[in-house]
Design a protein around this ligand. Structure first.
Ligand SMILES: Nc1nc2c(ncn2[C@@H]2O[C@H](COP(=O)(O)OP(=O)(O)OP(=O)(O)O)[C@@H](O)[C@H]2O)c(=O)[nH]1
Length: 392
């Protein structure tokens, strides 16, 4: 009898042990699965970060964050909000041809439209269920709201640069039991990249801008003229160049002082700019000399534009300390007309355009100033690798 009780106990113990073992095994398997998923996430996360760190333009960075992150992190939506009180980010992005206004997920907080103070970027990260009253701002441009979210501020050296918001339709994708280290780590990488790209873009922009007039400088012009000539050659579009020089500018400086001279330079630059299209290239070439590059503009049209600028400057009155000053400019123009299926000539078309317009400018000066002089058209003849210069 005693023996049978012991045997029964032994069998029960063995059954219990087996059950425990099965439970343990199942726990281990699910932990292993979880570890595999986490390791896959980590690999994706590292790949995402590596790509982010390699990008060296703000527009590429914004694109990578808003378009690629969803796949990398297995989420349904992502939002990037950037503090842009002076409108610099908007300017950088639009110069790069990036359409900030219609880009889903991107919010720029400036001093006019969406203000930083009213948007209220959180100072700490949040992970958990979506609450429209609290976090609706971060997902304002999505029709179907997320169920769970991870929102974190982007900071650098105690300055709030913006915020990053990830959203999922699954309630358990971002649970409030999750640690915030993942989003905080991502936010610090994004913050560093953002700061680097902004610094890089600012240096790039300032190195191409004339400090006095705010228009582009000669370095910018010299970089752009090659690109513009190549583009016009490919599309068989004409391209024209305009050289402008303020007449007797030394007299303005000598009689009224450099401060007045500087004001005249700024106003002349603005007046020329107002006569151009937004994609035309205007630069201060040096001293009191300006250069304009007009793509898709032929010899007839450039002469009309030059005359229009001449008239505008002639009627411009610069007022400083109660006294008013008027100036005139002399203008020289040149045009390049690519020919279909011509053999690309050995000639350096950009420097020819500049030389011809410059020579025409000096002819205008010698001819009495306050006038336009046409240097002529550089044209390539089909099948010949020679160019000729002619005037209408
Ligand atoms: N105020 C000011 N003057 C400048 C600047 N850069 C160049 N200048 C002046 O521009 C003047 C150019 O004089 P000139 O080259 O003799 O030419 P001009 O008096 O305009 O005579 P023409 O070109 O022959 O009509 C000089 O007095 C320069 O000092 C600038 O940034 N600010």
């Amino acid at each position: 009898m005693l023996q049978s009780v012991d045997l029964h106990r032994e069998i029960t113990l063995e059954n219990d042990l087996n059950t425990d073992l099965i439970v343990l095994q199942s726990h281990l398997e699910s932990m292993l699965d979880r570890a595999k998923i986490n390791s896959a996430y980590l690999r994706k996360f590292q790949a995402f970060e590596m790509r982010l760190l390699k990008l060296n333009s703000l527009s590429d960075m914004v694109e990578h964050l808003l378009d690629d992150a969803k796949d990398y992190f297995d989420i349904d939506m992502i939002g990037l909000c950037l503090v842009d009180e002076k409108g610099e980010i908007a300017a950088i992005l639009s110069e790069a041809g990036y359409d900030c206004r219609s880009k889903k997920g991107l919010t720029l907080l400036d001093s006019k439209n969406k203000r930083v103070s009213t948007f209220g970027i959180m100072s700490r990260p949040y992970i958990g269920a979506f609450n429209n009253a609290k976090y609706g701002n971060y997902f304002s441009d999505v029709e179907k709201k997320p169920a769970s979210i991870a929102v974190t501020p982007l900071t650098r050296r105690d300055t709030i640069l913006g915020s990053l918001s990830l959203g999922s339709y699954q309630i358990d994708r971002f649970a409030d039991t999750m640690a915030t280290d993942f989003v905080e780590h991502l936010a610090s990488i994004v913050g560093i990249c953002l700061e680097n790209n902004l610094n890089f873009e600012t240096i790039k922009r300032t190195s191409f801008v004339d400090g006095l007039t705010g228009i582009n400088n000669r370095r910018f012009f010299e970089q752009r003229i090659g690109e513009e000539v190549d583009r016009c050659r490919r599309n068989l579009d004409p391209i024209s160049c305009l050289f402008l020089d303020i007449d007797f500018f030394k007299v303005v400086n000598d009689k009224l002082g450099h401060q007045v001279g500087d004001k005249v330079l700024c106003e002349v630059a603005n007046a020329i700019k107002a006569q151009l299209r937004s994609n035309d290239v205007l630069a201060r070439y040096g001293g009191e000399e300006f250069v304009v590059l007009l793509s898709n503009i032929d010899e007839v049209m450039v002469l009309e534009i030059a005359e229009r600028i001449l008239k505008t400057i002639r009627s411009l009155t610069v007022i400083l300390d109660g006294s008013s000053i008027s100036v005139t400019v002399s203008i020289g123009v040149s045009t390049y007309l690519p020919a279909p299926s011509s053999i690309p000539s050995e000639c350096d078309i950009p420097s020819m355009l500049v030389k011809i317009a410059d020579a025409a400018l000096y002819k205008a000066k010698r001819g009495g100033r306050n006038r336009v002089e046409n240097g002529g058209v550089i044209s390539e003849k089909s099948g010949i690798d020679k160019v000729s210069v002619a005037k209408i």
